[in-house]
Design a protein around this ligand. Structure first.
Ligand code: 3H9
Length: 693
């Protein structure tokens, strides 16, 4: 037998075990081994076949690393059709995560038993794909059309119990899985059970017709804007329940292969691997003994501090929030409570969970409580002197070995660490707002941060559901640093003749969740204004962020004041162009001697994106970012960058580094060298044809 699939006998039962660590993906060797096992079971005197997996999980899907390469026989759909056609009962034993091709394999069996902790799902949509191994035919037959559409377009797994309730599995066990599966197989044989191919089930189509599928596609076009896979999933599901199985399989295969080679799927697969790469620690941190983190302090209960505290409490950790006075403490607690109560009102949270979360949060004005903490996250005002003063106080109070983290977005972490006698214990944890929702965490390693502190915080980030990326110290770290040239070019374009609506429209058409002017209005134009004003290294250029500065100087801070780049109804988010702002920009351009002209959407996208990419290359050159894929992960998870483009660095590589460089050089000619000097790394990679590191 093959190395990854074994075939043994347990009396009258054939037991086929897949053992392909780490997640039993259906690589070519697994597919070939499984087919061989099926053929063997056809030929021998076994009365039923039990399919199970060794290790931590049932098959977690097709082998994603094979996508994009020439297909290797046998194809998974064919192997699963052979499994379904076996003239003996096939019992599938599921533990861990049965995902994608894994759940499709389970559905090709005749009977399914699952460990009570198992999770089952069809997450292909998250990789820009559709279930391509019969899932779109078999799921609706087992669980109905609507629930299977939800499973496939949502991509989230369901519990074993939910799978049983929906008809996906027949039995759930709390006992050891394999013995339970063998006993179940014998019970079935004793009851005279015969093969029960899913293909033979007639799908229930009450009220489900062509118009229903069309309406689902229309709804998905809105909710999954810019994505093709959800549309194709609906198509495949419709074919799966309306065409004969062989014909549906053929057409679905074509759609699957088309999706595999789409930019959307390449980008989403890139981000899948980027997330796993980013979790890999530098050599000096890998084997470091982790510090214990159970008691957590958060300094500051404002929007960020409260969000950070909620994230810890939602993950089961106890957190103490420190505020400066009773009124601020009461506001912090109210901020936390009202956020969770709003979630409960929407049915996302039950009373028991809400109560447990609240029990884990303590808000106090007693700074000395920080003495007991394993980790303190500072989330106070963005001012270096204030932060240094607070870190000095922490240094005096905290126990030796406590980790002292700053949530600063821009300040020099090394200068903050220098305010303590233990810079090795100081690290940055840069959250994104709202901190209890946004997945990204930039973990900032200072010049003196100890390897075990880095390792502990990277682990902790994953424990609390974050996607961490390890970055170095510079102004704005990776994400905000790259946002500066992006914002700068947006504002230059306003002076050169584009309106805020044109700039935002072009970027939103490109796929950004919001354009830069609208983001400024949402975040508050005073925030950027204050940050820029406090910089001693502002370029000596009167055009630099001139429009944003003028708006802030006029008290137009964006949504919160009803006016920024746009006008807003009181308390509203709907933006309306403001002719007065457009006139103000024209007047300022005339005053500064900037000639105005018509500007195309293409130029807007190129100016903003390539300025950002060039800065990303510099961050790589300087070692501030470890990998180009880390930058992509940061942008897709923290900045509303369209995941279907894979992040700014993948976007640049999709366009072609040579073409990007040529445009940067053209902008240098047109606009001058001050902002458009190409990065040496970009020049090198474009010349050699190498990918960005
Ligand atoms: C599909 O099935 C298509 C079919 O419908 C049709 C086919 C015709 N392939 O995440 P982890 C690697 S599409 C290859 O850190 P965890 C991963 O890169 C697929 N490799 O562990 C990592 O490698 P490394 C549908 C894979 O415990 C290592 O395994 N399935 C695959 O936190 C450990 O991964 C999915 O989309 C794979 N399919 O989480 C499921 N999966 O150590 C994708 C993982 O070198 N996978 N690896 O960095 C997952 O969601 C999680 O990995 C899982 C485990 C929940 C399974």
């Amino acid at each position: 037998m093959s190395q990854t699939v074994s075939y043994t006998r347990d009396g009258e039962l054939a037991v086929v075990t897949i053992d392909n660590p780490p997640v039993n993906a259906t690589s070519q060797a697994v597919r070939a081994g499984l087919l061989e096992a099926i053929n063997r079971a056809v030929a021998d005197d076994s009365r039923a076949l039990v399919l199970c997996c060794a290790g931590r999980t049932f098959i977690a899907g097709a082998d994603i690393t094979e996508f994009g390469k020439p297909p290797l026989a046998p194809a998974l759909p064919d192997v699963l059709d052979a499994l379904e056609a076996l003239p003996k009962p096939v019992i599938v034993a599921i533990h861990g995560t049965a995902l994608g091709g894994g759940l499709e394999a389970a559905m090709a069996g005749h009977y399914r038993i699952a460990d009570s902790r198992a999770k089952l799902g069809l997450p292909e949509v998250k990789l820009g794909l559709l279930p391509g191994a019969g899932g779109t035919r078999r799921a609706p037959r087992l669980m109905g059309v609507k629930p299977s559409l939800e499973l496939m377009t949502g991509g989230a797994p369901i519990s074993a119990e939910a799978a049983r309730a929906s008809g996906l599995v027949d039995r759930v066990t709390q006992d050891a899985l394999l013995p339970a599966a063998l006993a179940y197989a014998r019970e079935l044989l004793a009851a005279g059970a015969t093969p029960r191919p899913t293909a033979a089930i007639v799908p229930v189509l009450d009220g489900i017709d062509t118009a229903w599928f069309a309406a689902e596609k229309t709804a998905l076009r809105k909710s999954a804007r810019g994505r093709t896979a959800p549309q194709r999933i609906v198509d495949a599901l419709e074919l799966g329940v309306t065409l004969p199985p062989a014909e549906a399989a053929l057409r679905t295969r074509e759609m699957f292969l088309e999706l595999v080679s789409s930019t959307e799927s390449k980008a989403l697969r890139h981000l899948f691997f980027a997330e796993r790469e980013a979790a890999k620690l530098p050599a000096d941190c890998r084997d470091a003994t982790r510090r214990t983190v159970e008691r957590i302090g958060v300094l500051g209960g404002g929007t960020m501090g409260a969000g950070i505290a909620m994230n810890f409490a939602e993950s089961g950790l106890h957190v103490t929030v420190i505020e400066t006075d009773d009124a601020a403490a009461a506001r912090a607690l109210e901020r936390i409570r009202s956020t969770w109560q709003a979630a409960r009102a929407k049915g996302r949270l039950d009373d028991a969970t809400l109560a447990k979360r609240l029990e884990r949060v303590r808000v106090s004005t007693e700074f000395s409580l920080m003495a007991d903490m394993d980790l303190v996250v500072e989330a106070i005002f963005e001012n270096l002197q204030v932060k240094q003063e607070v870190f000095g106080r922490l240094d005096a109070v905290c126990r030796p070995g406590a980790i002292l983290a700053s949530n600063t977005s821009y300040q020099d972490l090394d200068a903050i660490a220098a305010a303590t006698s233990r810079p090795a214990d100081v690290i940055g944890m840069h959250y994104f707002s709202p901190a209890n929702i946004m997945k990204l965490l930039e973990v900032v390693r200072g010049a003196k941060t100890a390897p075990d502190v880095v390792a502990t915080v990277m682990d902790l980030a994953r424990r609390v559901g974050k996607i961490p990326a390890l970055v170095g110290v510079c102004y704005g770290f990776v994400g905000n640093r790259m946002l500066i040239p992006y914002g700068r070019e947006a504002q230059m374009l306003l002076l050169e003749g584009a309106t805020p609506s044109q700039v935002d429209g072009a970027m939103e058409e490109f796929g950004m969740a919001m354009g830069p002017c609208a983001v400024g209005d949402l975040a508050g134009l005073d925030v950027g204004f204050r940050a820029r004003s406090s910089r001693s290294d502002r370029p000596d250029d009167p055009r630099w962020f001139r429009v944003g500065d003028m708006l802030a100087e006029q008290g137009r801070f964006g949504q919160k004041t009803g006016a920024g780049f746009y006008l807003y109804e009181a308390g509203g988010r709907e933006r309306r162009p403001d002719p007065a702002v457009e006139q103000m920009i024209r007047d300022e351009a005339a005053r500064l001697g900037v000639a105005q002209r018509a500007i195309s959407a293409t130029e807007i996208v190129e100016r903003l994106m390539y300025a950002m990419v060039n800065e990303g290359c510099r961050a790589l050159e300087e070692g501030i970012a470890q990998r180009a894929s880390d930058i992509d992960l940061i942008y897709a998870n923290g900045y509303g960058f369209p995941a279907v483009r894979g992040g700014p660095m993948m976007y640049a590589q999709t366009v072609g580094l040579g073409d990007v460089l040529a445009r940067i050089r053209a902008f240098r000619e047109q606009l001058g060298p001050r902002y458009w000097e190409p990065s040496a790394l970009l020049v090198r990679c474009a010349a050699s044809g190498e990918s960005l590191p």
